[in-house]
Design a protein around this ligand. Structure first.
Ligand code: DQA
Length: 149
């Protein structure tokens, strides 16, 4: 019998819907749609199944994370600015008990000091940052590997 593919929730936090035009010197020119297309192509290859959600709202992100308990095996998340502020998102991820990988386009450790602190990193499997859109692809590979795919 063929083993079923791992299911991964991909979460994009606030302002990532503006990628492509948002501070291109920091975040590059790739749009969120471009990142999602690259993730979808890699997911087919691995293979894993993706559910992709973007929200500017902390509560909606918490709801999506809670929703993963029912039908996902792992979480790939760029919490964006909520990385540095959100105990609620950290607690939600911890509550799922699912492995989570934190990703960032920019190298958050080479920017303003407040970006070096992540509420998410201590409860994540790991953090990948600084590789632009490739941070997501590296994160997806790492999470799929962790899930045995
Ligand atoms: C970001 C880094 C965060 O500090 C910032 O608030 C973002 C994007 C990144 O992907 O580099 O919105 O998560």
């Amino acid at each position: 019998m063929k083993a079923s593919a791992a299911r991964i929730l991909v979460l994009h936090g606030p302002n990532l819907n503006l990628l492509g035009t948002r501070e291109p010197g920091v975040y590059g020119h790739t749009t969120l749609q471009g990142i999602n297309e690259a993730l979808t192509a890699l997911a087919k290859e691995l293979p894993v199944e993706l559910r992709i959600v973007q929200s500017n709202s902390e509560g909606a992100l918490v709801d999506a994370i809670q929703g993963a308990i029912a039908d996902c095996d792992g979480i790939l998340i760029n919490p964006a600015a909520y990385t540095h502020t959100s105990v609620a998102i950290r607690d939600a991820i911890a509550a799922t008990g699912l492995p989570a990988v934190e990703v960032h386009l920019s190298n958050v450790h080479a920017r303003e000091p407040f970006r070096s602190h992540s509420y998410i990193a201590p409860i994540a499997v790991g953090q990948i940052c600084g590789f632009g859109p490739d941070s997501y692809l590296l994160g997806l590979r790492a999470l799929a590997g962790r899930l045995g795919k």
